[in-house]
Each structure stands twice: as C-alpha cells, then as structure tokens.
Design a protein around this ligand. Structure first.
Ligand SMILES: [Zn+2]
Length: 440
C-alpha cells in the first residue's frame, strides 16, 4: 500500500471522505506499520513523543523497529524533522473524525461502521443480521462509543492516511479502510447459497462471502449494493428482489445478473433444495424412500381444494396418488417392453425419479391429454396455488422439467411456496435453478 505523507494527508482534511467509493485493500489485513508510532501500540501519543525526544537528546535508545517507525519522513535517519512529523500526525489524529462507511478488520472479525456528521453511527458485524446504533464522542484522539443499554467502549484513533486509520481498543488494533460515502443499509442482507445466470456460485453471509470460492464483500446500500471481488473489481448496481429466493443486480455497466438461492442438501439419499424435497430426472429418490401414501399435508390441502372446486361446480378427485419405487419400476419396465426405452422416457419416470414416490404429488381426474381442455384443468391451473399446489409440468417447458405438459399432475409445496412459484411464472426447476435430465 502506498502511504500518503500524513502532512500531505492533513492538507486533504477537508476532503476526508473522497467522492469516489474505494475498495478494501486485501493487504490491509496484515497491519501496516503506523508512521510516528514509535512504541508500536497503534496510538500516536505523548509516549511516542517522549521516546523520540529522549533519543534525539541522546538520553535514550531506539530498537531498529522503533527507529524505522520513528523515521516519519522516510529519509533513513531519525532526526528533528521526524519529531515535527510526529507532532503533525498527533494534531491530525486529534482533529479528524471519520465520516462515511468504513470496514474494520482484525478486532472482532469484519465490522462495518457508519459515521455521520452528527456523531450518530451504526455498527454491523459481518456474522450478524442486526445493526447497532451508537453515538460517538471524540475528545482529541480518544473516541467513545455509546450504545444504548450498554457500557461505552473507548478507543483511540490513529490515521495511517486519508483512507485508513487504526482504532486501538485497549491495546488491540482494528484497521479501518474507507469504503463509501453512502450509508450502508441493514435491509437487504443476502445470506445463503446462490447461483447466478452469469454462471457464478455465491456463498453469502451478511456482508461477505465467496464468489466461485474467492472471497467477496458486499455492501448493501438501500436500493443499491456494491460487490467487491477478490481481484479488486468493484461492481455497483441497483438491487431488487423478486422474492426471498431471488434477487437481481442491475449493474452500472448496463448488464443484469439474476441470483437464485440454491442450497442443495442430501439426507439419506433424498435431495432437498432450499429444504424442498425434489424428485426429477436429475435427482432420484432412493428405493427405500416410502411414505406409503400421500402425506397428511397433501390430503388436508387437497380436501380444501376439492371443496373450493365443488363450490365452483366442478368435481376433482385423485386418480393416481402415491406410487412406491417397486410399483413405478413395474410400470416403467412395462412401458419399456411395449414402446422401447426412448419412447417410455418421454411419458413415464424411471424408478426413483417419479414425483409420485414423494407422497406429495398426484394426478387429478384423468392422466391424459384429454383432460387438458376440461373446465377442471383450467380451474386447477388458475387456482391450485391458493391451496399449496402447482401444475408441475406446464406447457412448453418440456426441455426444462423433462416432462411434456401434464395439466393433471399437481405437486404440493405449501401455500407460501406455491404462491411464490405461481407468481414467478417459472417451473419448479427454473425457480430453484436446477436441472431435470437423466445422467444415465
Ligand atoms: Zn403424475
């Protein structure tokens, strides 16, 4: 890192917060030495002045490390000019207060501080989804942070340059790097595993995480957000959220990146995506998965839907509900014997890949194209989401779901998720950003 001369930096005091947003410098995690901090405690105070003065008067000695820090102007010798530098640095620390958003490293993980002109501030720890308000009072280089309901915390400030300073909390240093003149917003914390349509995988904590396994930091700022990638690239853009599983970044360069939350877990051979049990051509169920029938949640929701259809003058009933692994194997093998494997794969699931094995899917009234044009099919398509169901294999999405249009096949997802999927206009595969393709 290029250190600015503090004297020169002092001249920039009026422009303490640069107009442009700056990146966090990865090298900052290793504490750079603080010029004029003779004793190395990340403070610039009377003790440093005493050490340096005694040395200059010939009544004291400095270690090589102390001498290097004492050489304020960097000319290779420790002389009275360095004492002048030390004094200017001391004055600078006493008179300058940080403003804007700063990132602190090294004291308690990564912390984000917002300082405003009135002395009000906000603190967020990266691993927490809560922001804490504080009131800052500064006296010389001593800063006192008051948090409502808590004891005030004291630190001393020492500026490294106009974009870096140390806070020393009872001797433990925390290095701050200027991030932005924009206040961060505690609103859109982005936690979880995401994939984007730019082909990237993100693992996000509150303000940080990884992008394709490389560290990344994120600054939410109201309707905008800033991503800082490990190679130093900073991308800023408008943030918008479709629902709790999807958000979009409209980058300032005019491009758009769509993010889909996707946490795939496999428990006893059963695949869950964001906690949703999945059975499709990519993700099979083990032969041992056998709920034995439609689940209680399915049956309760279906009864409710059936009454609602009845009220609208329509009769719906289940013509095929739960199917065991062995029954599906029997069905599929029969179709293969009759029509061949290629043809059978277009209308029947291989054993383990049928959603009917989940106990969360069923065929309504009649499982065939004849059903497509019935009033019941139209009613289901328009209303089933209200009762927690989706039409699992919509028209025109065969290449995505792996199945042709089945107006009769519903999958239970629960009311909230069914509503989200319905409103998204996406298939479940698209909604979760997963495939449905046989790999064998
Ligand atoms: Zn079906």
């Amino acid at each position: 890192m290029k250190l600015l001369q503090l004297a020169a930096a002092a001249a920039l005091a009026a422009a303490l917060v640069p107009a442009v947003d700056r990146q966090a410098d990865a090298a900052d995690t290793v504490y750079p030495p603080l010029r004029a901090d003779v004793n190395g405690d990340y403070n610039i105070n009377i003790q440093d002045m005493v050490l340096l003065s005694k040395y200059l008067l010939g009544s004291g000695t400095l270690s090589a490390e102390q001498a290097s820090r004492a050489d304020f102007d960097g000319d290779g010798t420790v002389d009275t000019f360095d004492l002048i530098g030390l004094r200017s640095s001391y004055v600078y620390n006493c008179t300058n207060t940080p403003l804007g958003t700063w990132v602190g490293e090294g004291f308690s993980g990564t912390r984000y501080f917002w300082f405003d002109e009135s002395g009000e501030g906000t603190l967020v720890r990266n691993d927490r989804e809560t922001a804490t308000a504080f009131r800052l009072t500064k006296s010389g280089c001593n800063m006192s942070f008051s948090i409502s309901g808590g004891a005030p915390a004291a630190a001393s400030i020492a500026w490294l340059d106009s974009e870096h300073f140390y806070l020393s909390w009872g001797g433990s240093p925390e290095l701050f790097t200027y991030r932005s003149s924009v206040r961060f917003d505690k609103g859109p914390f982005l936690k979880g595993e995401y994939v984007s349509d730019a082909g990237k995988s993100y693992s996000l904590s509150c303000f940080s995480g990884t992008c394709d396994s490389e560290p990344i930091s994120i600054m939410p700022m109201g309707t905008r957000a800033q991503f800082v990638y490990s190679d130093g690239t900073i991308r800023s853009g408008d943030f918008s959220r479709m629902d709790k599983y999807h958000f979009t970044m409209r980058w300032d360069d005019g491009t758009t990146e769509n993010f889909t939350r996707r946490e795939i877990t496999v428990v006893d051979g059963i695949t869950y995506v964001n906690g949703i049990l999945i059975a499709n051509k990519t993700y099979p169920l083990p032969s041992t998965y056998a709920p034995g029938g439609l689940t209680a949640e399915f049956n309760t929701a279906f009864a409710k839907m059936q009454s609602a259809a009845k009220a609208d003058g329509l009769n719906i009933s289940i013509c095929s509900g739960y199917r065991s692994y062995s029954y599906q194997a029997q069905l599929y093998n029969g179709y293969v014997a009759r029509d061949g494997k290629t043809k059978a794969d277009t209308y029947s699931a291989r054993p383990g890949h049928s959603e009917h094995q989940t106990g969360l899917a069923a065929d309504i009234n009649y499982a065939g194209d004849w059903f497509n044009s019935t009033p019941e099919a139209k009613w289901l398509a328009a209303n089933c989401w209200k009762y927690g169901f989706i039409i699992r294999y919509p028209a025109g999405k065969e290449s995505i779901t792996g199945y042709k249009y089945e107006s009769w096949h519903v999958r239970y997802l629960g009311e909230e998720l069914a509503g989200l999927v319905y409103n998204s206009g996406l298939t479940l595969e698209e909604y979760l950003c997963i495939d449905s393709k046989y790999t064998y």
